[in-house]
Design a protein around this ligand. Structure first.
Ligand code: URP
Ligand code: ZN
Length: 466
């Protein structure tokens, strides 16, 4: 048994002085002055104690063609996650053309077995045919109860036409599964890319001009409309614009179940990064791109008010040499940035530290809501008797500077390079095992556990407006 003693427990609903007693893999009790008995005691005096972070959107070892993959595999990326206080990740299964969904899951499970934190998988549905609904049912029956659809990337064989999208949404609705939508109008993006490239505007900074806010706002509106027709629960990934957040708020006010996620890079960075010299600007190529400085404050407001409910990283780093292969054509630069390690510190520093919301909202955004929406709650995302003993002892005041030179995630660049942050995961427990102590990840870690899930247990989200 382990007793986490003397800290301030923070949940989404309350915070206060309490001890946490861990028995094996689960939490046995949360309360004042619990008896230590023969337990190992972790002193949390002056620290916050909350449920392990849940990052519902990461891409470890993501294949993007040409033999190239994102630079963190499941082992290195989840080591980084643990170091930052995240104990559960949800990655993706992406079928190759013609591959049945169940087969694609089997293949991805082999790679995911390297995970050092607990993990689940969303299944991307990249085509619609006679067998797709049955394949989706087989996935849900096997514990994969969330699907991803792309409204962008038709050229990469991922994007769905609207009719096919509606088919997936209807099938998911019948299974009570949640659908994650990457919402950018892919046809409009392709058109703008062709026009920019055709007139010689190929530098990394033109990436942002090929994906203006309107392509997101339009696609979010369309996804909401189709999900409404299908009666399907929708989760919009990486919301980057106030316009998209407003569309979500309107849908929810009208009674539709729509959730919105935002990524740290869209909160703390802006499109000014694309004005840097080409090599540096290439490091910020991600989709959706960084937005003008007027947008992040509105996203923060949407998080504080409840319009946007989760903060996830879309962790997808690439090594400098892989990004810089095709500097002369922004459409060929790998899309994605890393952040799984830095999510909690960024949210703590620029959310709670900047007075935008309190510690309970921080826990809701980073731990509880992702677990709830994705069908993991209260096993994950909760600090309650019976929950998995995934526990973060958080030093709220510890200051440091983020730099690629010292980060755990496997990447030689970091979009947060030089940012000063507060807050550190001092001790982390994963199912009752200490995996981080004094801020350092333990050397030898047991494998993480695959989490099979039922349908989400999302409660109606607050009907907030911007
Ligand atoms: O730029 C992004 N979002 N990269 C991650 C992979 C993807 O496109 O979903
Ligand atoms: Zn993604």
């Amino acid at each position: 048994m382990i007793l986490v003693r003397g800290g301030t427990v923070v949940t989404s609903r309350w915070s206060g002085r309490a001890d946490v007693l861990v028995d094996g893999e689960t939490i046995r009790a949360v309360g004042l002055d619990l008896a230590a008995g023969g337990s190992r005691v972790i002193d949390a005096t002056g620290r916050l104690v909350f449920a392990g972070g849940v990052d519902p959107h990461v891409h470890m070892a993501l294949p993007i063609g040409g033999g190239l993959r994102s630079s963190d595999d499941f082992s290195t990326g989840t080591r980084a996650a643990l170091s930052g206080g995240t104990t559960t990740i949800i990655d993706f299964v992406t079928p190759v053309p013609g591959e049945a969904l169940e087969r694609a899951v089997e293949h991805r499970l082999v790679e995911a077995a390297g995970s050092l934190c607990d993990y689940a998988l969303h299944v991307s549905v990249v085509s619609w045919g006679d067998r797709t609904a049955d394949e989706m049912k087989a996935c849900v029956d096997a514990g994969y109860s969330s699907f991803k659809v792309y409204l962008a990337y038709k050229e990469r064989g991922l994007g769905l036409a609207d009719g096919d999208l509606l088919g997936v949404l209807e099938a998911a609705s019948a299974l009570d599964a949640v659908v994650l939508g990457h919402c950018e109008n892919g046809d409009a993006v392709s058109h703008l890319q062709r026009r920019l490239v055709g007139r010689g505007d190929r530098a990394p900074r033109f990436h942002a001009l090929s994906r203006p806010p309107e392509v997101e706002v339009e696609a979010v509106g369309r996804a909401i409309a189709l999900a409404g027709i299908a009666g399907c629960r929708l989760y919009v990934v990486h919301v980057s614009t106030a316009g998209a957040a407003q569309a979500i708020a309107r849908a929810r006010a009208a009674g539709q179940e729509v959730h919105g996620e935002v990524c740290p890079h869209h909160l703390v960075l802006d499109s000014g990064c694309y004005e840097r010299p080409e090599r540096e600007a290439a490091a910020f190529v991600m989709s959706p791109p960084l937005r003008p400085a007027s947008e992040p404050p509105q996203l923060w407001n949407a998080l504080a008010r409840g319009t946007l409910e989760t903060v996830a990283t879309d962790h997808c780093p690439f090594l400098r040499r892989d990004r810089e292969r095709d500097l002369a054509d922004f459409t060929r630069i790998p899309n994605g940035v890393g952040g799984v390690e830095h999510r909690l510190a960024l949210l703590w520093t620029f959310g709670v530290g900047a007075g935008r919301f309190d510690a309970s909202r921080f826990v809701a955004l980073a731990c509880e809501a992702p677990a709830r929406i994705m069908g993991l709650y209260p096993r994950k995302g909760a600090l309650e008797p019976g929950s998995d003993a995934d526990i973060v002892v958080w030093d709220p005041d510890r200051e440091r500077t983020i730099t690629a030179a010292t980060q755990v995630q496997r990447c030689d660049t970091c979009v947060y390079e030089g940012l000063r942050v507060r807050g550190r995961a001092e001790t982390v427990l994963l199912r009752g095992r200490v995996v981080v102590s004094r801020g350092e990840v333990e050397r030898d870690l047991a494998p993480g556990r695959l989490l099979r899930r039922g349908p989400g247990q999302s409660r109606p989200a607050p009907q907030a407006t911007l």
